[in-house]
Design a binder for this molecule. Structure first.
Ligand code: MG
Length: 156
């Protein structure tokens, strides 16, 4: 087994399209980013790359690369999985946490889990998505940004 963890933060801005865990979320704000800003999938990519000892998302998909502007982060996730599969690595389990004061994410987490499991090529029972607030404390509590944590186990 190999273990990996990932963490990411993006700032919120007014307007735009909010995408988390590959799911479009109805909200007044979106995340500032070079890609679609899917902070959950970025944390997950970092956890996967970490478990495979392949560095980090910034090394594989630099924001200086204009071809990646506005890219769907599910595409980044699928590219990471291609590299893992090429090395004979498969996902045994993934546990993911979103930290956001707003909007309320509970109604979306099952859809996120299903899409992520699809991209990881595992059954949905190997993926868990949680959402929490920080009780109005810190930058997430002030609604300045959204954070995400990811932990994965890989089988080799
Ligand atoms: Mg990011």
């Amino acid at each position: 087994m190999r273990i990996g963890q990932g963490f990411d933060v993006h700032a919120l801005q007014e307007g735009g399209r909010l995408v988390l865990g590959g799911v479009e979320i109805a909200h007044t704000h979106s995340l500032v980013a070079h890609s679609d800003g899917d902070v959950l999938l970025h944390a997950l990519c970092d956890a996967l790359l970490g478990a495979a000892a392949l560095g980090d998302i910034g090394r594989h998909f630099p924001d200086s690369d204009s071809a990646l502007r506005g890219i769907d982060s599910r595409e980044l996730l699928r590219r990471v999985m291609e590299q893992l599969h090429a090395r004979g690595l498969a996902v045994a389990g993934a546990d993911l946490t979103l930290v956001a004061q707003q909007p309320r994410l509970a109604p979306y987490v099952d859809d996120m889990r299903d899409r992520i499991a699809q991209d990881l090529k595992v059954e949905a029972g190997r993926v868990n998505v949680k959402a929490t607030t920080t009780e109005h404390l810190g930058f997430t509590g002030r609604k300045e940004g959204i954070a995400a944590f990811a932990v994965v186990l890989l089988d080799e």
